[in-house]
Design a protein around this ligand. Structure first.
Ligand SMILES: [Zn+2]
Length: 240
């Protein structure tokens, strides 16, 4: 029996039979995997802590008849503070649902794992607006998956938009592109949203910066970032 050691975080747990659990783990070596934790629901189980939602552990797994099983596990971080804050727990739960939706079993997830760990660390320890954290997470997640808007200029007239003096830009979510003030009417109102220039700069900052730095910015208001995060997420999800 070949043992496989990975580090990972549980992003879903479901009861299986009476005392077992099937857990979905975002791992550093195997991508996203589902594993059966035998007896994990028993109070004396060695998997009691590490098979819980949001616990980051070192897992030793083995494969049998096509399924992964937990051989042993040692928890590294339980993110206790997040677990007892119901608002933050809901935010994290929604993020894991999104990750589950956009990733396949065994797909390489190393960067997504890092992004998710950085994000929950930011929610847990950094004094950041949760709207900043959640929307930076969404934008970076979809960038990693190849859905980020590529051009930082107007899709119609090619005017450079980053750091430009205009107050607003327009996101065309049908084409996943941006338009300047003069070109906004080339696209139907039902296909675009208006966002502030500060938000636009922040979006490209998130897309282009290192995973560790994506939360290192501030905006006077996060309303437009939240609107963009929502519309961008819906656009990507509906196209999957
Ligand atoms: Zn233009």
């Amino acid at each position: 029996m070949k043992l496989i050691k990975v580090k990972g975080i549980v992003i879903r747990e479901v009861t299986y039979k009476d005392n077992d659990k099937i857990i979905t783990i975002l791992t550093d070596g195997l991508g996203k995997v589902s594993a059966i934790a035998k007896g994990a629901k028993k109070t004396n189980s060695p998997f009691l802590a590490s098979s819980q939602f949001l616990v980051y552990s070192e897992f030793v797994l083995y494969q049998n008849t096509g399924y992964y099983y937990l051989n042993s596990a040692e928890s590294i971080n339980t993110f206790y503070n997040l677990r007892v804050d119901l608002d933050k727990l809901q935010i994290v739960f929604d993020m894991t649902k999104l990750i589950n939706m956009v990733t396949d079993e065994n797909q390489d997830c190393e960067k997504i794992l890092k992004l998710f760990l950085n994000t929950i660390y930011a929610l847990d320890k950094l004094d950041k607006d949760s709207k900043l954290v959640v929307n930076a997470f969404k934008i970076k997640l979809f960038s990693l998956l190849g859905f980020a808007p590529r051009q930082d200029k107007c899709a119609n007239c090619s005017k450079a938009l980053l750091e430009s003096e205009e107050d607003f830009v327009y996101y065309n979510y049908v084409d996943n592109t941006f338009l300047c003030e003069s070109c906004k009417n080339t696209v139907d109102n039902r296909s675009k949203i208006q966002i502030s220039m500060a938000t636009y700069n922040a979006i490209f900052y998130i897309i282009r910066s290192d995973l560790k730095k994506i939360f290192s910015f501030e905006l006077k208001s996060y309303t437009d970032l939240e609107l963009f995060g929502q519309v961008f997420t819906d656009t990507v999800i509906s196209g999957l």
